[in-house]
Design a protein around this ligand. Sequence first.
Ligand code: S3P
Length: 448
Amino acid sequence: MVFSMEPPAQHAGLSALPCRELRGEIRPPGDKSISHRAIMLGMLSIGTTEIHGLLEGEDVLATINACRALGADIEQIGAQWFVTGVGIGGLRPPENVLNMGNSGTACRLMTGILASHPLQCFLNGDASLRARPMQRVTIPLSKMGARFETTQGRLPLMILGAHQPIPITYSLPVVSAQVKSAVLFSGLNCPGTTSVIESIPTRNHTERMLPLFGAEISVQQDQAGASLIALRGHQELHAAQLNVPADISSAAFALVAAAVVPGSEITLHHVMNNQTRNGIVQTLIEMGANITTTPRENMCGENTVDIVIAQAPLTGIRVPAERVPSMVDEFPILAVAAACAAGVTRFENISELCVKESDRLSETANMLLTAGVEVATGDDWMEITGRAEIPGGGVISTGGDHRIAMSTLILGCICAKGMSITDRSAILTSYPNFIPQMQDLGCILKSS
Ligand code: S3P
């Protein structure tokens, strides 16, 4: 018998070596936020929802498994997914603990749905998810009548959904679309109207997608930019046909790669262009990136564009604090652009990064320092001093964070000695075809 000491291929290490002239066209995977919501709303609808372009990453598979356990019939035929729902109020008690894997969105949004259904459920996740705060949703959902037992405010947790849920008006204390969506999803099975007030805009996919399933939702904005989002409960949701646009958060890796690798020019197709999500594009343009966009069709209630980006010299900037929610997942990859921009790039108001899939403020700084880039950090800010030649040669243990893993590999494309990650498996969370797509564009990625 032969015993191998090698890790399974899916967990093997991966190195990115310096490369030149990225070329080609890709369609990045379906948007993660939209994919979660499409499956969940499909479960709460009457009829069969058809979804094209769903992200088949592990995060969304966690949502699919949880929805199946709650009674939805979910099938994949070729590139299409079919979700036959049970209707609002029709969920069945799951037989086992719902395992939300690595996904904060799956976990927070599902907690919202369960809070207004009279079931007892147990939720757990991987080590990263078990370290993330759940009180941001359990506090408002308790006001709606749900009961929770948590592990010091985190997973594993037990939910006892409300038998007689109470609608609330909730002013968001954290700038979080997950919290907004959890309260609204809970409101779907409440009598009366559930409202959320957000003083700073967060991604608005829940508001845009509910009408596609036939629900009425009102959004009123005041002059200061605050929104009152109101949803009447007990509306029947009807199955929808959805075509998921490409995820700007995944597109960001190729965007930054093409912005910094000498001689590059690439095209990204059908990328969602939503004001609450496109801070990365705006920021790269301000840094000097050569970007042109061409409008494409509306998908899932969202505008999409084809983006052409060519390499150009970048200059460091201060990213406006109010832009953070529209690019909250893109700071690790933006830090790679900053590492080769002339001068200093400053991020402010980024304390939320500390409670993402890892402490991304520290992990991003660690990635850059390991590559030989000068970084200074505080509780909620980071300053990166770009350099013309980055030595690299370091190895990053990504702590299970998909965006740190992919950012490290893009950084490796422009480091003299490349960069490596110890375990590639985290990439499957949000971008299952990242490695072949980046190789098609000309990145040199090798097992290590
Ligand atoms: C998401 C919202 C964001 C984001 C996450 C997806 C969503 O989290 O980081 O990847 O789909 O609602 P917060 O809303 O907590 O900032």
